[in-house]
Design a protein around this ligand. Structure first.
Ligand code: PLP
Length: 391
């Protein structure tokens, strides 16, 4: 009954865990949800007010398919202010979240016969975005103790003239790893040699804790084939508003706009008005959020490393930790995989996490620290207790 296309994609594991947590909560269980991929803060008030004003002002109709000119100009201002990147409006496309931006870009550039490099562990959606186009995801390993930077020899072995694209995601979901400029530059060199597109997913660019973030397109000399993807979701706690954007090659932007026009017509008009305020208004809440996340990161990394048999690298960004629990997984024990362990935390202690398998790494579990300090402490106490019970 279904097309081959739909058979090539799998449901999002992270959204599935969120649904499972909601189910348990509805059943009256006191669940601590560390599976979430969104800030636990409300959208800043100035942004909400801009959304309300947009309704009062009657901005409730279709906008141009690729986004309003005013929002494109706001994106240009933001990219220049924060990332030292200069674009014109023909190089900007507004979409319904960066997920939509990335999906569109894969659709217009990739097809059967192409190979796309994805660094593992990877954000759950990348392989599906690629597979649905008919192209083949090619996984390259990374170094956990070095912010999950690529293992360059593995990349060298897997990149070829068939490589049509390389997807970078730093800071990373699920690892939180932030790559050095040197690592990014090496990738750009590899890409240039094979004439491949570089997708730089920069959704977490404002959430780095140990160094200032540098955009991929700023680093390269020849950035004609670098596409930059950013989002209002994580930076401004606006996940539900659904505004993301792409910056780069005008022809690709035009093609993505054509696809978008025939699928969603345009991004939400009210959310676009609010996004202008987010990108160009007061930025102080962004740094406040960053400080809170940094303290939580330090807390959760410390707690995990103090648990026997757990190894947690300190991620430089985003709001995830990705500890290694392989010492608890054995073929002849009741915990054989990350799925088993994540389910064990859920069933025994009502702590929701995401199994690393979904991200291509079965030794790990992803915990999000976009949760209150109290919840983090209770969750870590429970995880520690449940590990002790396993021994
Ligand atoms: C790595 C990464 N890219 C893109 C997105 C998409 O964000 P949005 O569509 O909300 O802008 C997410 C969201 O979880 C993400 O983690």
């Amino acid at each position: 009954m279904f097309s081959d296309r739909i058979g090539r994609i799998t449901p999002s594991a992270t959204l599935e865990m969120t649904a499972k947590a909601a189910e348990l909560r509805a059943a009256g269980i006191d669940v601590i949800n560390l599976s979430v991929g969104e800030p636990d803060f409300p959208t800043p008030e100035n942004i909400c007010l801009a959304g309300k004003q947009a309704i009062d002002d009657g901005h409730t109709r279709y906008t141009p398919g690729g986004g309003t000119m005013d929002l494109k100009k706001a994106v240009i201002e933001k990219l220049s202010r924060d990332n030292d990147l200069q674009y014109d409006t023909s190089q900007i496309l507004i979409s319904c979240g960066a997920k939509h931006s990335l999906y569109n870009a894969c659709q217009v550039l990739f097809q059967t016969g192409d190979e796309i490099i994805i660094f593992s562990p990877y954000w759950v959606s990348f392989p599906d975005f690629v597979s649905v186009t008919g192209a083949k995801p090619v996984f390259v390993s990374t170094n956990p103790s070095q912010q999950y930077e690529p293992v360059m020899d593995d990349l060298k072995a897997k990149i070829s003239s068939r490589t049509k694209g390389i997807i970078i995601n730093s800071p990373s979901n699920p690892t939180g790893g932030v790559w050095s400029d040197e690592a990014v530059l090496k990738i750009l060199e590899f890409a240039e040699k094979e004439d491949a597109w570089v997708f730089s997913d920069e959704c977490y660019e404002q959430l780095t804790y140990d160094r200032t973030y540098v955009s991929t397109a700023f680093l390269g000399e020849n950035t004609e084939k670098v596409l930059t993807f950013q989002s209002c979701s994580k930076t401004y706690a606006m996940t539900g508003w659904r505004i993301g954007y792409t910056a780069g090659n005008a022809q690709v932007i035009k093609a993505m706009g054509k696809l978008q026009g025939q699928s969603t017509s345009c991004p939400n008009s009210i959310a676009q008005a609010a996004a202008i305020e987010a990108l160009t208004g007061d930025q102080s809440e962004v740094s406040q959020m960053r400080n809170v996340f940094k303290n939580r990161r330090d807390y959760i990394v410390d707690r995990l490393n103090n648990m026997s048999g757990v190894n947690c690298n300190t991620p430089g960004g985003a709001f995830y930790v990705f500890p290694d629990f392989s010492s608890y997984m054995e073929d002849d024990s009741k915990i054989k995989s990350s799925d088993d362990l994540s389910m064990y935390f859920l069933e025994q202690k009502a702590v929701v996490s995401v199994a690393g398998k979904a991200f291509g790494s079965d030794s790990n579990i992803r915990f999000s620290y976009a949760a209150s300090e109290d919840d983090l402490k209770r969750a870590m106490d429970l995880v520690e207790e449940s590990l002790t019970e396993l021994k």
